[in-house]
Design a protein around this ligand. Sequence first.
Ligand code: CA
Length: 232
Amino acid sequence: MEEKKAVLIVEDEKSIVDIIRFNLEKEGYAVLTAYDGEAGLSAARTGRPDLILLDVMLPKMIGFDVCRILREEGNNVPVIILTAREEEADKVLGLEIGADDYITKPFSMRELMARVKANIRRTAMQQPAESAAPTVGGLTIDPENYQVSKHGKPIALTQREYELLTFLAGHPGKVYSRIDLMEQVWNYDYVGDDVRTVDVTVRRLREKIEDDPANPALILTRRGVGYYFAGP
Ligand code: CA
């Protein structure tokens, strides 16, 4: 039998933790909890969760710092930021510092469970061998080991960055709209304003893999249409 997937909830409002925990356990997840940022960071390091739900405003250390430190340590666990609806800037900042996704409060449990499922499913998904790209512009993707390198040097990508890259690189020259990418890479059936997530992720990816991120040679923009990987 497959081992249960574990979700770490880092949130200081106990009533929110309790309701999320109840719903996650009902869906068959193991649940870890932390009520402040420092405890959350520690639980992320030692508990090795499969996904983290991370509040922004937390005692001791804010959620952004927790996420940033984990990424600096090379921890690429999927992170969903829980943010207040008004704080539009938080969404972008969260993605900039390496979160995979965000969900705005108040959220429905149904939506939250769908996001958790989509993010964990992607992690568990094996990349098919045919998504392997040849070395293009010094970039090599090794799908066996989930390893991307540039001019022989390994590059640390988040789960989402890796999946976006392998998806685009697996279909070189084919242009995908942001909505296509949301559906194919993010596994979302709905999109709304979230297409901006794609832009931010593309920008972060370019900063990591392009020689000159301002003039990308690998992940290209087809203005008004979408993004594509440089053709062979
Ligand atoms: Ca809070």
